[in-house]
Design a binder for this molecule. Structure first.
Ligand code: CIR
Length: 299
């Protein structure tokens, strides 16, 4: 029954997208159904979060109580804009488990389950796979020697950009090219610094990418321009962490506390008629967490 409901929703969303595009033309593309999700999977933040992996030790240690509050506010925002938010329990043996985005890649009805780049994180994906299977998604599990973190995948509808980083390798890129052949153009994008591809670039809409003004962000922008002729528009923000935004429906979630980047994003949202919501994520940032990494979105 659950599967039948999901399939009906899938087709309804498709028809809605088509009708919107026909009636409103290109301008409507900022809210054309691509970013409408029925489900958000999240995972509670574990008490062991202080032991999470970090590129650099924070100058001030993680405040676990504040981290939990910030994570809860994030989930509360999702609950306002996504009809079904499914909360998975934390696993204290996996201090990074709230960063659920890394455990899978979902495109349409297909969920590719990660073999995550960091050995310490392997195992987080088990409960995610079980849940997605129960909801009727088709499951494909990546196997050794492939490694992939969901934070390295940026799907624009036309292209599936795969960040080649310390976490995601060429084997995974090849697997994804096979899995999505004929459905999306799968392109590898070297990530020269930082954790993930989406640490320096994320989606405002299918044609507009938010990119960090740093060497890794500039390199990603140049590679995307060189390898595609789709005319992506890049909006550059000065704060690295602010380049990771989360677009859901006609809402854009952004990091609070970065005024210069905020002004740029605010102007963009006003121009495109998008509602902007700011979230304080200081404690999650200390563990290299951004906004996309806390959820898996699908229909
Ligand atoms: C890690 O190093 O794996 C975590 N501490 C942070 C993961 C963030 N994930 C994401 O942005 N997709």
């Amino acid at each position: 029954m659950q599967n039948l409901i999901r399939i009906c929703r899938f087709y309804f969303t498709g028809i809605f997208t088509l009708v919107t595009a026909c009636c409103f033309g290109h301008e409507a593309s900022t809210d054309n159904g691509f970013f409408h999700y029925q489900y958000a999977l999240v995972r509670e933040l574990p008490d062991s979060f202080e032991e999470s992996l970090k590129l650099n030790p924070p100058s001030v240690p993680i405040n676990i109580k504040l981290a939990k509050q910030q994570h809860e506010q994030y989930v509360n925002e999702l609950e306002k804009i996504v009809p079904h938010v499914i909360r998975l329990p934390a696993n204290p043996d996996h201090p990074d488990c709230n960063f659920i985005e890394d455990t899978a890649l979902i495109v349409g009805n297909t969920a590719v389950i990660s073999r995550m780049g960091a050995k310490e994180r392997r195992g987080e994906e088990v409960i995610v796979e079980d849940t997605l299977k129960k909801l009727g998604l088709t499951i494909i599990r990546l196997k050794e020697p492939s490694t992939m973190d969901g934070g390295d995948i940026l799907y624009t509808g036309k292209h599936l950009f795969v960040g080649l980083s310390h976490r995601t390798n060429d084997h995974a890129l090849l697997n994804l090219q096979n899995i999505f052949r004929g459905k999306a153009e799968v392109i590898g994008i070297p990530v020269i610094k930082g954790l993930h591809l989406k640490s320096v670039v994320s989606l405002f809409d299918e044609k507009t990418l938010i990119v960090a003004n740093n060497p890794a962000g500039n390199a990603v922008r140049n590679t995307i321009n060189r390898l595609t002729n789709s005319g992506y528009e890049f909006v550059t923000v000065p704060d690295d962490i602010a380049s990771n935004v989360l677009r859901i429906g006609s809402t854009l979630l952004i990091q609070d506390g970065f005024p210069q980047s905020e002004q740029i994003l605010e102007e963009l949202c006003e121009k495109r008629n998008i509602h902007m919501v700011k979230l304080h994520m200081s404690e999650l940032i200390k563990a290299d967490g951004a906004l996309t990494c806390g959820t898996l979105l699908f229909n």
